[in-house]
Design a protein around this ligand. Structure first.
Ligand SMILES: NC(=O)c1ccc[n+]([C@@H]2O[C@H](COP(=O)([O-])OP(=O)(O)OC[C@H]3O[C@@H](n4cnc5c(N)ncnc54)[C@H](OP(=O)(O)O)[C@@H]3O)[C@@H](O)[C@H]2O)c1
Length: 358
């Protein structure tokens, strides 16, 4: 049995689901791959729990439940104050370790760099490290020991699909995708003639949006995903190079969430007009990431109703890969693009893939 030391940064929704999946799969991973994943450190924004022998499953379950109830790691019986994930990687890392980034922070980048310098593996759910400078992207991905499937499309294997196309030597000419479950849901609601303001409020009330819906409607999360795919194609783009169309005007960027939601009705007419224009041409509106001709853009597009993007409903994500060999019909991959369980499953798959390489 090979023991793989894991250092998990971030014990929020995805990090906690990952702990549950690791425990639930212990027997399967042992029988099928001869692997035992040992969690030697957990880190949140307040502190860390470190156990060089690997935390017992009972302790992990206790910590997972405490975190679910909002208790910071530092306040659990096992935690201590720590504000620097790099220092934890420094003390807890050993040969063959894998550092797993389930934060949404760029403060953990030095920890990831140290891990890769030491020859450890790293798995990211966090997009921020890959959407900083191009130089950082090259350093992180150039190691060959970094996996990041869930940064685009959550557990749906969009990165693996693109990697496979690149490895085959196929020429990827254009990628189009819907990479936000929230915006996908909104577009489906607009298509059903729901006013924009009502659709956004509904999504907010159902917990489909970030606490501040402007974080979804601004398009930056989709822009980061588009940038990761573009960089995988070897294009030296920065985040500022992505043309982003936010779904609200700049004067609505400030102020409280309540005021923002209340003010959205002013946008209803313009959205209804765009929906009607699109329908008149047999099309429907979608919030599309477009990666083609060395450029990236994210924004509203009118797409044919009978195309893969046009047929998509609800919160699924979808990517169309237009390549030399997938032409004129693109290679299409579709699946849920969010949710902590599917995301944790994707992270776990990356961990096992790295562990299997030894
Ligand atoms: N949720 C999804 O469906 C989904 C899908 C695909 C990808 N992702 C990505 O997965 C990542 C995690 O998402 P989530 O939903 O689990 O977020 P979350 O619930 O907000 O959890 C984030 C975790 O990161 C910790 N953290 C923040 N700054 C830190 C730092 N400097 N050092 C160490 N830990 C730090 C937080 O600590 P505290 O607990 O102390 O606040 C928290 O435990 C994000 O990057 C997200 O974009 C999520």
């Amino acid at each position: 049995m090979r023991h793989i030391p894991l250092i998990v940064l971030g014990v929020g929704g995805v990090g906690r689901a990952l702990l549950r999946h690791i425990i639930a799969n212990r027997d399967f991973h042992a029988a099928r791959f001869g692997l035992r994943l040992q969690i030697v450190a957990l880190v949140d924004s307040t502190g860390a729990v470190v156990e060089p022998q690997g935390l017992q499953d009972e302790t992990l379950q206790e910590i997972e439940q405490a975190k679910a109830q909002g208790t910071p790691l530092v306040e659990t019986p096992y935690g201590y104050h720590a504000s620097d994930a790099r220092a934890i990687v420094d003390v807890a890392g050993t040969d063959g370790a894998i550092v797993v980034d389930c934060t949404a922070s760029d403060a953990v980048i030095p920890a990831l760099e140290l891990a890769l310098e030491r020859g450890y593996g790293a798995v990211l759910a966090n997009k921020k490290p890959l959407t900083g400078s191009m130089a950082l992207f090259r350093r992180l991905t150039g190691s060959g020991r970094l996996r990041y499937e869930t940064t685009v499309g959550a557990g749906t294997p969009m990165i693996a699909t693109l990697e496979s196309l690149i490895r085959s030597g196929d020429a990827v000419r254009r990628i189009r995708g819907i990479f936000s479950g929230t915006l996908g849901y909104l577009m489906s609601e607009l298509q059903s003639d729901r006013p924009f303001s009502v659709a956004v409020r509904q999504a907010y009330q159902m917990g489909y949006t970030e606490p501040d819906p402007r974080d979804d409607l601004g398009g930056m999360d989709v822009a980061r995903k588009a940038l990761i795919l573009a960089r995988m194609l070897g294009w030296g783009l920065e985040l500022d190079d992505v043309a982003v169309e936010p779904l609200f005007p700049p004067d609505m960027a400030e102020g409280s969430v309540d005021a923002f939601l209340a003010g959205l009705t002013v946008l209803d007419k313009a959205f209804a007009q765009r929906v009607e224009e699109a329908h008149g041409q047999g099309c429907t509106l979608r919030y599309v990431a477009e990666i083609a001709d060395g450029r990236c853009s994210v924004g509203l597009q009118s797409v044919p109703m009978d195309s893969p993007l046009g047929r998509l409903r609800g919160s699924d994500n979808l990517a169309e890969f237009h390549t030399r060999w997938y032409s004129p019909s693109p290679l299409v991959i579709q699946g849920r693009g969010a949710g902590v369980e599917a995301t944790a499953a994707g992270v776990l798959s990356d961990i096992v893939a790295l562990a299997q390489r030894g």
